[in-house]
Design a protein. Structure first.
Length: 178
């Protein structure tokens, strides 16, 4: 995830150098780990005007524990070792990059979109996330983790969210996604 956030920063830097691109008009839209990376980036950079987070998880350690349990990896010793090993490899702790922490620092309007029957990232993660930010809104959709079919009926809500966020990024109270 930290490397994805670095990729976002590199992509935005490249876009800023392109003729005809208004660097004041950037929004991020990403899915799952990418959505967590978008929140991580937005927590540390103010050039983003809005974030649409699709199926973001609350904490990477929880995702890894769920994955290991699904694969039958015992949590007691092997799971503990894997979690301890990964953090030095990526250069940060899971707590530092957890969306539960980073979303609270995001200063732009954020729309959390989550499938109500998501078996990869439980919808409870979305409720936990929206609870840490006064600037975040939650849009629940009929769908699982792969939201490509579930988003079409809500395209108008996504567009309305982005239009409103770009009109007045300091005011999320007027943003309606229903």
């Amino acid at each position: 995830m930290p490397r994805f956030a670095e990729d976002i920063a590199s992509g935005l830097a490249w876009l800023r150098r392109q003729p005809g691109i208004d660097a004041r008009q950037f929004a991020l839209l990403d899915h799952s780990v990418g959505a967590a990376a978008a929140l991580l980036h937005a927590a540390h950079h103010d050039e983003v005007r809005a974030v649409v987070s699709l199926a973001a998880f609350a904490h990477p350690a929880e995702v890894m524990r769920r994955f290991m349990a699904e694969k039958g990896i015992p949590q007691s010793l092997l799971g503990w070792y894997i979690l301890r090993h990964v953090q030095p490899v990526i250069g940060v702790t899971f707590d530092e990059i957890a969306p539960l922490r980073t979303l609270a620092a995001v200063r732009c309007p954020t729309l959390l979109v989550h499938g109500i029957v998501d078996r990869t990232v439980p919808v409870e993660d979305a409720y936990r996330l929206v609870g840490v930010s006064s600037r975040a809104l939650l849009l629940l959709v009929e769908g699982d983790h792969d939201l490509h079919n579930a988003l079409a009926p809500h395209a108008h809500a996504l567009v309305r969210f982005l239009r409103t966020a770009f009109q007045d990024p300091s005011d999320t109270s007027s943003i309606d996604v229903d």
